[in-house]
Design a protein around this ligand. Structure first.
Ligand code: BES
Ligand code: MN
Ligand code: ZN
Length: 495
């Protein structure tokens, strides 16, 4: 893993040095001194490279003085600079073949954010690569940020590092293959978060049967792997009754609920073979929820929060649910299952109802790789946001925008009757699919029947959980979409 450190502003005199420079900016301070020592060599090189400082532009100087390399990176217009996180990501990607790099930064905040972006971009998952070729091995091992007030940078980074650990935890879960990460294994790993101070409860098959989680169990009944529900509580707000027994009860928490289908074959309504391997990441919603809870605990957020995840494997077998079966949900409503591939909503229905019954949360937010239709609608730029509460929708959208995890609200009004009619069943209270039209909306509509009128939002992250190409702070693969968003959202409730 990338070894990140912060040091005072003195420029090193050898190795690889990165110098971010804004558009039209003069060389100042230690860089001006270095230019002088190199007899104007930096300025000449910048001119020769036609470097203007445009965001992302690079000028690479080989072997000036005793250095191996000096890399100038443009940060754009001074009044609208690029994000330091993205700069950090770019540096990691551009200098992947170097072993140690020092970067000059302008402020402790910039240094910390740059380090955060670098760390996120440097993520790798090599668990099962027993024979990495030399050029496949990670090289960049040490990143040193040169900054005024390195102690302040260190402190700011401590908070960001907790979020990065959450992101990494989620990416690991999402990347793991389904033969390794099945419901019980996922629950075990979530239980490991106790060490951060989270209270973690795990519910097994028997407990879920006793509770009457009929829709969740209808999904897992075809699999040899037992289901789980995991509840993670973070007591971060100040409680007036501190120390008393009642203090052990969350007060108006925010609740995060995640779809954790560790593999989705479709069940009896089986999916086509091509691309089915993607369904190992059908637990990315649950992954984001546990990563976000880890981030909150890791940075000791001053907020009460609870994460609840439903973990199942959706398999076809002689014990699997048949299309047409009717089951009873934890809420008491009966559900006609017309398509066993619309399973995520069946899992969430019971967990959502349980969340609002037990915790009376101020807000509930669920995350799920719920529908292929959301990819048709929004592609891989925005996750779909569905909500019965305008204020909650606005807060989530703003939190997402602040960390580049974008949400698009669908439809533009609170969910309404006409969509809801689509999922009435002639034989039960509700059916688990509508017509093909508006597939993501009828899915959300189904969930809404299990939130008991409480303030709730649903994020359909099917298009966002896995990236087919690298981007600034996210290498291709599992993105951990939602971890940073939920962390930023929680910040809005901190004292
Ligand atoms: N997990 C899938 C949705 C999905 C598709 C996620 C592609 C990521 C990429 C979900 O369980 C599913 O199968 N949904 C069906 C619903 C349909 C049967 C109403 C779908 O989208 O086709
Ligand atoms: Mn499915
Ligand atoms: Zn699914």
């Amino acid at each position: 893993m990338l070894d990140i450190s912060f040091a005072a502003l003195d420029l090193p005199e050898e190795g690889v040095l990165v110098l971010p420079l804004a558009e039209g900016a003069e060389l100042t301070g230690p860089v001006a001194a270095l230019d002088k020592a190199l007899k104007g060599g930096l300025k000449r090189a910048l001119e020769a490279a036609e470097f203007t400082g445009k965001k992302g532009q690079q000028a690479n100087l080989l072997a000036p003085g005793k250095y191996k390399k000096i890399l100038f990176i443009g940060t754009g217009k001074a009044e609208s600079p690029g994000k330091p996180e993205e700069l950090g990501g770019t540096i990691v990607a551009s200098l992947a073949k170097e072993t140690a790099v020092a970067v000059l930064t302008a402020s402790p905040e910039q240094a910390a954010k740059l380090a955060f972006g670098a760390r996120l971009r440097a993520y790798r998952f090599d668990t099962y690569r027993t024979t990495l070729k030399p050029d496949e091995k990670p090289k960049l091992a040490k990143l040193r940020l040169l900054t005024p007030e390195p102690n302040a940078a260190e402190k700011a980074y401590k908070t960001l590092a907790a979020i990065a650990r959450g992101v990494e935890f989620t990416r690991d879960l999402v990347t793991e293959p389904a033969n390794i990460l099945y419901p019980a294994e996922f629950a075990d790993r979530a239980e490991g978060l106790k060490k951060l101070g989270l209270k973690v409860e795990v519910f097994g098959q028997k407990e879920l049967e006793k509770l009457g989680f009929g829709t969740l169990l209808s999904v897992s009944q075809g699999s040899a792997r037992e289901p789980r529900m995991v509840v993670l509580q973070w007591f971060g707000a100040a409680h007036e009754d501190e120390g008393k027994k009642s203090a052990k009860k969350l007060k108006d928490p925010i609740a995060f609920i995640g779809k954790g289908v560790t593999f989705d074959t479709g069940g009896i309504s089986i999916k086509p073979a091509a691309g089915m391997e993607d369904m190992k990441w059908d637990m990315a919603g649950a992954g984001a929820v546990v990563g976000a809870m880890a981030a909150l605990a890791g940075r000791k957020a001053k907020v009460d929060a609870v994460g609840l995840i439903g973990l199942v494997e959706n398999m076809p077998s002689s014990t699997a649910t048949r299309p047409g079966d009717v089951v009873k949900s934890y809420s008491g409503q009966t559900v006609e299952i017309l398509n066993t591939d619309a399973e995520g909503r069946l899992v969430l229905a019971d967990v959502l109802y349980y969340a609002q019954q037990r915790f009376e949360p101020k807000y509930m937010v669920d995350l799920a790789t719920l529908t292929g239709a959301i990819i048709t609608g929004l592609g891989h730029e925005y996750a779909g946001l569905f909500s019965n509460n305008d204020e909650l929708a606005a807060q989530l959208t703003a939190a997402g925008a602040s960390v580049d995890e974008l949400l698009w609200r669908m439809p533009l009004v609170p969910l309404g009757e006409s969509y809801d009619k689509e999922i009435n069943s002639p034989i039960a209270d509700v059916k688990n699919i509508g017509s093909r039209a508006g597939g993501s909306i009828t899915a959300a509509q189904f969930l809404q029947r299990f939130v008991n009128g409480k303030p709730w939002a649903h994020l359909d992250i099917a298009g966002m959980a896995w990236a087919s190409k690298d981007s600034a702070v996210t290498p291709k693969g599992a993105t951990a979409f939602g971890v940073r968003l939920l962390d930023a959202f929680a910040r809005g409730f901190e004292a």
